[in-house]
Write a protein that binds this ligand. Sequence first.
Ligand SMILES: Nc1nc2c(ncn2[C@@H]2O[C@H](COP(=O)(O)OP(=O)(O)OP(=O)(O)O)[C@@H](O)[C@H]2O)c(=O)[nH]1
Ligand SMILES: [Mg+2]
Length: 395
Amino acid sequence: MQKRQHFDTAAYLGVGKREEIHQYVNMASVGDVNDNAASDPIEAILVDHEISPSQARNLEKAVGCPVMDRTMVILEIFHRNARSPAARAQVEIARLGYMAPRLREMAKLAGPQGRQRSGVGGRGAGESHTELDRRKIRDRIAELQLDILAMEADRQIQRARRQERRSQAAVALVGYTNAGKSTLMRALTGSEVLVANKLFATLDTTVRALYPESVPRVLVSDTVGFIKNLPHGLVASFKSTLDEALDAALLLHVIDASDPGFERQLDVTVDVLAEIGAQDIPRMLIFNKIDHVGDAVAQAECAARLNAKYPACIVMSARRPDDVARLHQVIVNFFQQDLIEDELFLPWTAQQLRSDIYANCNVLAERADAQGAYFRVNGEAGMLQALRERLGLAT
Ligand SMILES: Nc1nc2c(ncn2[C@@H]2O[C@H](COP(=O)(O)OP(=O)(O)OP(=O)(O)O)[C@@H](O)[C@H]2O)c(=O)[nH]1
Ligand SMILES: [Mg+2]
């Protein structure tokens, strides 16, 4: 521990601390005097802050092992976890964006060699290695952005199709990384979604229907986890992943109640939601992992405290089926508030649409005459309108 007025401009940490870490690194690799066995060697020093390339290099030299700053660590995690082409492209853009300004600094550190000219390849006259690299990076970023635009177009089509098929009954699970969103998603939809006790396990949005199915049918989407001080380049590249959240009629903000830092994590999520323009979407606070908060007494106390501080919140554990069922009911209730009662007419000539009516609405009563069947239903207004149009067209 150390208190300093400023970070050291040359190497982030002062001389004394650098030496202390150097000894620590050494000790871990060779073992100390009393303890003849060496412990696990230290592979890297992580700095929870952004540092300049020259600071990183000087610090590495002083402590004798690689140094990674916060952005680099997050990028590395994102890189290892990105699955879909869209997420991969987004991560690569972020990585290139992180590298570009650093190349210039590295060239400065490397001295005249970094700026050496050479006439080989397609390089313009007098263009340095770094300029060439930077141009390549710019081109690559432009290329990736085009790819993403194309993928985005696909996604919009898929989204439009989903909305056309169904109403707007969509909920998105949002929240800090590791809060349990994917676990809840799986519990609520009965689907297999990647759940892992690691940060940023989910990078791609997945959409599934609430199960058991309800009327209206509710789509649930899982989203990438939020984190405080997310490097700005990353916020931009992941915005499209979070777009799905913007389509939702209801946000379930999942919080790990067993994490001592949950209040800060809650604030971070609220801030990010505001940044992406989701502040007006109705939101429910879901305090998860209550089973992980000490014994039964501690759990009850914690739940009482949360209920007092956050009225209308839900305190639960994704591992308790009863809790999941309760949340399922709360979600269904939310969407059923907006249901209206109506009558639909289905001519005998269009009986193939009968199953659509049953799939989309609660049928309260049915009667028939010479022309066709009449259904007394309750359902979501927009969906009823769409259904009526289709029934009309089928006549
Ligand atoms: N004890 C306990 N553990 C839980 C609960 N819900 C989730 N977990 C665990 O918490 C870890 C993270 O869960 P995930 O569902 O992957 O979390 P996430 O919010 O999707 O995380 P990211 O995708 O990284 O944003 C996993 O090890 C889960 O098994 C819960 O209610 N109780
Ligand atoms: Mg997840």
